[in-house]
Design a protein around this ligand. Structure first.
Ligand code: NAP
Length: 307
């Protein structure tokens, strides 16, 4: 019968969770990682990662996720598919309840649930999701071969994915609400110098329209209030992310935006409960910083359990 008691249970299998699993298992803790979909977290939706150190030629998100998964398992971490429904964090032995009805206990919990794409919240968005509106260029980009698409947002994700989409779409219009992009300068340079990308600054989408599929968007210039209809087949929305912490409300301290508050060792305010990666309040959300968080949490828990 499957062991129900662990030293460390990690909730979420993005880079932070997978590295916590790797470090924990290598320290010979009994580790269970619970992930509701495929391991990799947001890496799965990232076609090209060009700032992962040690890979000057870049790597793909899914490939990196696969290697991290293999490495954690190689050292003995157990990975399980499931969705956490509830937690009891009050005692020394923490309880993790899954939607499937299975219950597990652990001496330490690492929350690595990451963040999910934010909706734009404009008319037409929900109606056309899956019918031209997408939050994942890696998953859906290939459907837009020789078509015209709009990307919304000015952060790293919007810029990276606009560049990726030029492999398929004949034209990409990047729509951003301010007069300056937020993403890293290197990506900005690549976007501005790409002839397939038109950047519309100071512009917002008022409505996404179509019949069976997306056919156009209504744009508005925020300075002049001038409106314009732009024909397009797809709308890719990259307007930031929300932390996946709904199930933690009232259980650990969160900031006003729902991110988990931790100290430098990734400890939350609850003894034995850690948070790593994009789900915690921090300034730099990257694969490499999530991994570093995961290693730190596993190391701290291992020290705590051996003293
Ligand atoms: P982000 O950095 O928060 O950028 C969100 C963008 O969406 C901003 O430009 C924001 O505009 C815009 N926005 C927000 N709400 C909007 C609304 N209602 N309507 C229109 N536009 C709206 O989010 P992200 O790009 O998803 O990145 C999330 C984190 O992951 C960041 O820390 C990022 O650096 C990191 N990341 C790193 C990499 C990498 O290193 N390779 C790749 C992807 C993401 P304003 O600029 O006006 O606020």
């Amino acid at each position: 019968m499957e062991n129900q008691n662990y030293d460390m249970i990690i909730i979420g299998g993005g880079p932070g969770g997978l590295v916590a699993a790797l470090y924990g298992a290598r320290a010979r803790m009994n580790v269970l990682l619970i992930e509701k979909m495929a391991p990799g977290g947001q890496l799965i939706n990232t076609q090209h990662v060009d700032n992962y150190p040690g890979f000057p030629e870049g790597t793909t998100g899914p490939d990196l996720a696969k290697k991290l998964d293999e490495q954690a398992k190689k050292f003995g971490a157990h990975l399980k598919m499931g969705t956490v429904k509830d937690l009891n964090l009050s005692g020394n032995l923490k309880e993790v309840m899954l939607e499937s009805g299975e219950n597990y206990t652990a001496k330490g919990i690492v929350v690595a649930t990451g963040a999910s794409p934010r909706e734009l919240k404009v008319p037409g968005e929900q109606v056309f999701t899956g019918r031209g509106v997408s939050y994942c260029a890696t998953c859906d980009g290939a459907f837009f071969k020789d078509k015209e698409v709009v990307v919304v947002g000015g952060g790293d994700s919007a810029l990276e994915e606009a560049l990726f989409l030029t492999r398929f779409a004949k034209k990409v219009t990047l729509v951003h609400r301010r007069d300056q992009l937020r993403g890293v300068k290197y990506l900005q340079e690549k976007v501005f110098s790409n002839e397939q990308i038109e950047v519309k600054l100071d512009t917002v989408i008022k409505e996404i329209k179509g019949n069976a599929l997306v056919e156009n968007v209504l744009l508005e210039n925020v300075k002049t209030q001038e409106q314009q209809e732009l024909s397009c087949n797809g709308v890719f929305i990259y307007v930031g992310v929300n932390p996946n912490t709904e199930f933690l409300e009232g259980k650990v301290n969160l900031d006003d935006n729902g991110y988990i508050l931790t100290d430098e060792e990734m400890r939350t305010n609850v003894n034995g409960v850690y948070a790593v990666g994009d789900v915690r309040q921090k300034t730099l959300r990257q694969v490499v910083t999530a991994m570093s968080d995961g290693a730190t949490a596993a190391f701290d828990l291992e020290k705590k359990l051996t003293i």
